[in-house]
Design a protein around this ligand. Structure first.
Ligand code: AMP
Length: 182
């Protein structure tokens, strides 16, 4: 199977070609059509199987298909992940896939100054990749608005629960558009 057959468009295909991602992996073949169809999805796949692209590529495609009606400062996709390392990795992957798209990505995680991060948040981004604790601090400080989030990803949800993030995640979900795709 080819990525083209999954319904991804040229700017995404071009970046995949440059990355030498020649064929979609198993999880990508299964998840991409479901997400493109607008359905909610829960999937399990080991690290290294292409899980990040399995959710990132169809979200990017859906963002292209339906451009935002609101300002860019309001994120359209929120990806929650347990650690800052994972957040950076996911953002790096997405930056690779958005080389030919006008889509911006912002990471939010602890261990860096809240104020510096708040400045960046004010400039806005289309996609936010965040760890729950620090994201919640920004929500509570009214630094960001998540009401336009159309796509919500809980990456490594099991690990986030193991790490005790359940209460933070529940609070974050109250700020996210209820009809977002999950
Ligand atoms: P992940 O499982 O998301 O951590 O991805 C593991 C690695 O596989 C990352 O470095 C991706 O860039 C790479 N990757 C993802 N999808 C593909 C693909 N279809 N073909 C080749 N490499 C891929």
């Amino acid at each position: 199977m080819l990525f083209k057959e999954l319904g991804l468009s040229e700017p995404i295909l071009k970046s995949l070609e440059e990355l030498k991602h020649l064929e979609p992996s198993e999880i990508q073949q299964q998840a991409i059509p479901v997400i493109l169809a607008g359905k909610n999805l829960m999937a399990a796949a080991q690290t290294g199987t292409g899980k990040t692209a399995a959710f990132a590529l169809p979200i990017l495609q859906r963002m292209i298909d339906k451009p935002s009606e609101t300002q860019r400062s309001n994120a359209r996709a929120l990806i929650l992940t347990p650690t800052r390392e994972l957040a950076s990795q996911i953002a790096d992957n997405i930056n690779d896939y958005t080389k030919y798209l006008e889509v911006s990505v912002l990471t939010i995680y602890g261990g860096v100054k809240l104020e510096t991060q708040a400045q960046k948040i004010k400039r806005g981004a289309d996609i936010i990749v965040a760890t729950p604790g620090r994201l919640l601090e920004h929500i509570q400080a009214c630094n960001l608005n998540l009401s336009n989030v159309d796509f919500l990803v809980l990456d490594e949800a099991d690990r986030m629960l193991d790490m005790g993030f359940i209460a933070d995640i529940q609070k974050i979900l109250q700020s996210v558009n209820k009809s977002s795709q999950k």
